[in-house]
Design a protein around this ligand. Structure first.
Ligand code: ATP
Ligand code: MG
Length: 394
């Protein structure tokens, strides 16, 4: 058993000692069987949430309505979810109600793909009622039960299926694939935030060049905001070295460079992305679209954005070395405002004047003077410069 599971053994043991069943489930079991890195583990139990809360000293009701209780054990937080079935699905997404149950098998039955429906017990034994290990050996992604029904219950599963193709370099089993072809339009019922999570994972996958053609073939583009009719953007993405894009900001920036939307902000907002990410990508897009950058522009944009532009360039060109832009920024006397040896307070004291628009203007001029080497970045040099400038102005 891998260390990450061993560490969690006391959690399962406590549940068992209290007379309940407890297992590792979901992505962690799948990934360990595939020899992939396991990031976080999920625990499923026959204990109901209230019972879980009685067994552990420190608990948090993070997702209690879905049966998930977080517990603090040996300095780690673990999510423990009660076995459950899902009630009727009225609208092709998330169930209307969850029903807590005591049967592991029934819990595994509600899961999306056979490889995700395997449990691992404390003894290291696998409970694999739908042949997930066999499917993994065949590199196949197969829906648990009738694919058609499963995608009607929750259309996001289709998006998840394609993202697993990308992450694992597996293929979709025939019935599963055909059910996707028939039901892809149900994706319109899915919240864009959930689609975005899967889309980013897809973009980061090792087999993204297999998954992207699949996105086209399954006609998923209609359900990706701003991608309608954008086959050409998908082809651009396919031709780039996406393996070099590993963080979300770079992914979205690269997506924007492929789609070239008229309004970048509107495109990203349609995906309901965090405002900070949207701001960063817009900045990078503006910078990338300029043919020449003055030193001052580089400085004012900042190293984070310059790095983003550089990363995207590597993705687009397949090159591996950062170039001029980055070096030019590094060669400037200062890389950020915080390194400048005098600030607004110093200046107000030197010239004995209250702050105001003049100060903001002067600080901007000072930035520029330092960047262009007109003034050295020391208190005394800056002081001299400030006095000189103030005396000259009317
Ligand atoms: P990752 O490694 O990206 O976390 P994961 O398979 O663990 O992948 P999660 O979203 O963490 O994905 O879900 C954990 C488990 O819950 C899955 O392995 C699967 O068994 C089940 N699951 C998640 N989403 C769905 C869904 N939409 N329908 C059915 N089962 C799901
Ligand atoms: Mg997971």
């Amino acid at each position: 058993m891998k260390a990450i599971f061993k560490k969690a053994v006391p959690v399962l043991a406590k549940l068992e000692q209290a007379g309940f069943e407890a297992y590792f489930v979901g992505g962690s079991v799948r990934d360990t069987l595939l020899g992939r890195e396991v990031a976080d583990i999920d625990i499923a139990t026959s204990a109901f949430p209230e019972e879980v809360k009685q067994i552990f000293m420190r608990t948090f009701d993070t997702g209690i309505e879905h049966g998930t209780v977080s517990v603090l054990e040996a300095g780690e937080i673990y999510e423990i979810t009660t076995f459950r079935t899902e009630g009727t699905y009225a609208d092709f997404r998330r169930p209307d109600e969850v029903v807590f149950i005591r049967s592991l098998e029934k819990d595994l039955e509600r899961r999306d793909f056979t490889m995700n429906a395997i449990a691992m017990g404390l003894d290291g034994r696998f409970i694999d009622p739908f042949g997930g290990q066999q499917d993994m050996a065949n590199k196949q992604i197969r829906a648990v039960g009738k694919a058609w029904e499963r995608f009607h219950e929750d259309a996001l599963r289709m998006m998840r299926g394609v993202r697993f193709v990308s992450q694992l370099d597996f293929s979709l089993e025939k019935d599963t694939y055909e059910a996707m072809q028939q039901n892809i339009a149900l994706l319109k019922n899915i919240a864009v935030e959930r689609i975005a999570v899967e889309f980013v994972k897809l973009m980061k996958g090792q087999a993204v060049n297999v998954a992207l053609p699949l996105v086209q073939k399954l006609e998923m583009l209609h359900y990706l905001p701003g991608f309608e009719g954008q086959s050409v953007a998908i082809q651009r993405l396919e031709s780039w070295d996406l393996a070099a894009a590993s963080d979300d900001e770079t992914i979205w920036f690269v997506v924007v460079l492929a789609v070239m939307p008229e309004n970048v902000g509107a495109f990203l907002r349609a995906w309901k992305l965090p405002n900070k990410l949207i701001r960063e990508v817009i900045k990078a897009y503006d910078l990338a679209n300029k043919r020449v950058w003055s030193d001052y522009e580089l400085f004012a944009t900042g190293s984070h954005t310059v790095a983003l532009v550089e990363k995207a360039r590597l993705v687009q060109t397949g090159e591996t070395e950062w170039t001029a832009l980055h070096e030019r920024l590094a060669a400037l006397p200062v890389q950020s405002r915080s390194e400048i040896q005098a600030g607004g307070n110093d200046i107000m004291a030197w010239v004995d004047k209250k702050g105001g628009p003049w100060l903001k203007e002067l600080l901007a001029r000072l930035d520029q003077a330092i960047i262009e080497g007109e003034v050295a970045n020391t208190q005394s040099e800056i002081k001299g410069w400030v006095k000189h400038v103030i005396n000259e102005s009317p």
